[in-house]
Design a protein around this ligand. Structure first.
Ligand code: KG4
Ligand code: ZN
Length: 348
């Protein structure tokens, strides 16, 4: 049983959590959304500066909420890749300094492995192999989870990530940032069949379409043309119907690929992770399709879909139990394939 304190600062959330194996003892998430909202997206330098200002008090709060002091912590972890370099460095440097100071093992964690581990926080009995549909602001992937640290990407987006598509479409409709939760709320009041939209298929050189890869740029362009056309006709934008039609198209595209992939690879469980896992439309579509095919589908609790440190601590606790620790020389990397995760523990 390992108790790990983890720090997550890869993007615009400053998060610290303490997890005992798969049980969350405390989880602090300080969102910077208000600071980035005026710009309609994340400003990396603003993100780094805010992480520096908040990280120490978030650590103190996490320890206090878990009623622990450093003697109760077995390891200290931080997200080290992928993400905004300056932002990653804040959490990583803080975690390595604390590990040195308190003589604790240090565990660097791949952010996407964290999103996979979010599913374990709600289903402690979950065991590989399973398929993870990872849908966040930066990634849209179908990942074959073979074991802790061992992953194979079977499908991905060829352009925009699913969350990015939500954010861009919300921006073109002047709805605000981040777009996912706003579109989700509006879609609940709209007619999802109001506007037929292209799903976005990836053609194969040999003919036909890729079964697992997705593409959202065509859908985004279709939404742009549609809103321009409605505006030119001086129509008030039916934003609820537009949001519902867009959301249903994304949900259907993701569901189709995830189900095909799970069936092809003989995997009976699909665990969903990342901010878009919070989406109501995706939850409904995937749940219904999985039931038809006798597959188990798991969604993390809403607070662990978007970025948080509990998922990072959960992944770190399992690595620590397997003797996987990282050297204090570990640096931040803006990109790293999830298949290369074990490089973070190469020395152990
Ligand atoms: O996983 P996450 O917090 O950060 C990344 O690692 O990227 O995901 C953030 C993304 C944003 O694009 C946001 O718009 C989207 O997740 N998102 C949603 C919902 N909540 C967050 N997208 C659709 N529906 C939601 N309810
Ligand atoms: Zn994320």
């Amino acid at each position: 049983m390992a108790t790990v304190l983890a720090i997550e600062t890869s993007c615009d959330e400053t998060a610290v959590a303490i997890v005992k194996d798969r049980h969350v003892l405390s989880s602090v998430v300080s969102s910077q959304i208000a600071s980035h909202q005026p710009y309609g997206g994340i400003v990396p330098e603003v993100a780094s500066r805010q992480h520096v200002e908040i990280v120490n008090s978030a650590i103190a709060q996490a320890l206090q909420e878990a009623t622990l002091d450093w003697s109760g912590i077995d390891g200290i972890a931080a997200t080290c890749t992928p993400g905004l370099l300056g932002a990653l460095l804040v959490g990583l440097t803080t975690a390595k300094t604390l590990a040195l100071l308190y003589q604790k093992p240090f565990i660097g964690v791949h952010h996407l492995e964290g999103h996979i581990y979010a599913s374990y926080l709600a289903a402690a009995d979950l065991q590989p192999p399973f398929l993870c549909l990872l849908v966040s602001g930066g990634h849209t992937s179908l990942i074959y989870v073979k074991d802790c640290g061992h992953y194979e990407t079977l499908g991905q987006t060829r352009d925009d990530a699913a969350g990015e598509a939500f954010d861009k479409v919300a921006r073109l409709m002047h709805l605000g940032y981040p777009g996912g939760p706003i579109i989700d709320r509006l879609a609940a009041q709209g007619n999802s069949k109001a506007f037929p939209l292209p799903e976005g298929q990836v053609s194969l050189a040999t003919g036909g379409f890729h079964r697992y890869d997705s593409s959202f740029s065509g859908l985004k362009t279709a939404m742009l043309r549609l809103t321009q056309k409605l505006q030119q006709e001086n129509q008030t934008l039916p934003i609820e119907d537009l949001a519902a039609s867009f959301q249903a198209t994304v949900a259907k595209a993701l569901t189709k690929r995830a189900i095909a992939c799970a069936l092809d690879y003989g995997l009976d469980t699909i665990a969903v992770g990342g901010g878009v896992a919070a989406n109501t439309g995706l939850r409904q579509h995937l749940q219904a399709a999985a039931q038809t095919h006798n597959l188990r589908v798991l969604f993390p609790p809403l607070q662990f879909c978007t970025d948080n440190a509990a998922m990072i601590a959960c992944a770190a606790a399992e690595h620590l139990q397997r003797g996987h620790t990282s050297p204090l020389t570990l640096g931040a990397q803006s990109r790293m394939a999830i298949a290369d995760v074990m490089q973070l523990y190469a020395h152990s």
